[in-house]
Design a binder for this molecule. Structure first.
Ligand code: PLP
Length: 455
């Protein structure tokens, strides 16, 4: 890249190692520097405007540039900029947010534990499962089943739960005791003539077969995103969760619902556990909890787990797990104000009202020659591009066209996410009908460009 010496781009290339980026390509193309944001839009350092169709990383629910969150952070910084919650210490943001989350939860939860990221929260969930089973005298019941194409983060535990090759390859993951069952993507893995319900039955049977092969006494938990996000926005087939939960209960597996993307309105209800009738033993929350203005995640768990864990802490001295910034008061103050805004502005109701606008609008692209499947629910969706609509044949190599579309969309003022050749949409929950129309129109132009490029 022809960068001016000492320019921000040159300094970026010189010093900044970027997550989830091809480092050699980055040296050539350099960074796109985003300077500010307002509502559903962000602006780069050249003054170009983009619709942020993925809400950052699926997370900026209330939109960019909300001054109330800055004020909440500043007020808490002035009062108590930091305190921890180890060894019986507490603070009001911790007390208030915990009470609020337990009361909001769709099933009866007992306690909340805070981390700085969704990955750490999923690691915490794994450790809680292990600790719980040790506490109740089941030291062999430790394996955790996740799914192919799941995304649960990238730390050693959470990265193992993730079921995507790029997050495992050359990192020596997954670790032992983490297993993956089938991905419930009907369009890709449903068989000819198989109904969605029959496909869900087969998915549940595959889970049961895996448990039986491993030995039910060795399998402790099942973890799933109610609606899979970063693996490609995969809406579970009808009856899937009902059947999966039945298998989990039969073999006494804990159910962990990873609501990191789904939670706080994304599917049109507060939690996707309500959307799909899931009764989890643990819930993992993050992203929209602060609209990502501050890093935060939370693990909620039931009284059954709490009682066993509490007894064990009493037996061995303390719960030996916690982060310096667990329940950081400034972060929690921001979360409280963010949840106030979601409530006051009725953003979950807005997500439900805008859902058909987004879903029907994108489905109108189904006739486009490149579009194989349009899928989604609420304010989350994906458009899967294929080489052959009739046979569903993917492009070769997978991801080349998706990445081209991702890049080109910027020229039309649109930031999306390419997952292979699926283009994901997950806009801020504040989006209105006209903005959705504009977003889809920018995407359609990009698709037309892609078609011209391919042919
Ligand atoms: N779980 C889900 C469902 C996610 O989508 C993500 C991030 O995208 C994570 C966990 C990991 O969160 P973090 O990136 O904060 O570690």
């Amino acid at each position: 890249m022809d960068t001016i010496p000492n320019s921000p781009a040159a300094r970026d290339i010189a010093y900044f190692f970027h997550p989830v980026t091809n480092a050699r390509r980055h040296e050539q193309v350099g960074p796109r520097i985003i300077e500010r944001g307002k509502g559903i839009y962000v602006y780069d350092d050249q003054g170009r405007e983009y619709i942020e169709a993925l809400a950052g990383l699926w997370s900026v629910a209330i939109g960019f540039g909300e001054p109330r969150l800055a004020k909440a952070a500043a007020a808490q910084m002035e009062k108590l900029p930091y305190y921890h919650s180890f060894s019986h210490k507490s603070h009001m943001p911790g007390i208030e947010l915990s009470e609020r989350l337990v009361k909001m939860a769709p099933v009866k939860m007992s306690k909340v534990f805070y981390t700085n990221s969704g990955s750490e929260a999923n690691d915490t969930a794994v450790k809680l499962v292990w600790y719980y089973n040790n506490a109740i005298g089941r030291p062999n019941k430790k394996k955790i089943i996740s799914r192919i194409k799941a995304y649960h983060g990238i730390t050693i535990g959470a990265g193992s739960l993730t079921g995507l090759p790029l997050n495992h390859r050359d990192f020596d993951l997954p670790i032992a005791n983490i297993l993956h069952t089938c991905c419930p993507h009907y369009y890709r893995f449903g068989r000819d003539g198989e109904s969605e319900e029959d496909f869900a039955t087969r998915m549940a049977q595959d889970l049961e077969d895996l448990i039986l092969r491993e030995g039910p006494d060795t399998v402790a938990a099942f973890i799933g995103e109610p609606l899979m996000g970063a693996g490609g926005v995969i809406v579970p087939p009808k009856t899937y969760w009902e059947k999966i939960q039945k298998v989990c209960r039969k073999y006494d597996l804990l159910i962990i619902a990873d609501e990191v993307i789904n939670g706080f309105g994304r599917t049109g209800k507060t939690f996707a556990c309500e959307t799909f009738g899931i009764k989890p033993d643990m819930m993992v929350l993050s992203k929209a909890i602060t609209s990502s203005y501050q890093p935060l995640a939370a693990v909620l768990f039931t009284d059954q787990i709490y009682q066993a864990v509490a007894d064990n802490t009493n037996k061995i001295g303390a719960f030996g797990h916690g982060f310096t910034a667990s329940a950081h008061p400034v972060v929690l103050a921001v979360a409280m104000e963010n949840l106030n805004i979601i409530e006051e502005r009725k953003l979950i109701q807005n997500a439900a009202a805008m859902a058909p606008v987004l879903q029907d609008g994108l489905r109108k692209l189904s006739a486009h020659p490149l579009v194989g499947e349009v899928r989604g629910l609420g304010l989350i969706a994906a458009v899967e591009l294929v080489a052959d609509k009739a046979t569903k044949r993917p492009f070769d190599p997978i991801g080349k066209v998706g990445n081209w579309v991702f890049e080109r969309a910027h020229d039309h003022g649109l930031i999306v996410r390419a997952i292979g050749d699926s283009i994901a949409f997950c806009p801020p929950l504040i989006i209105d009908a006209a903005q959705i129309g504009e977003m889809i129109s920018r995407f359609r132009k990009t698709l037309d460009d892609a078609q011209a490029w391919i042919r």
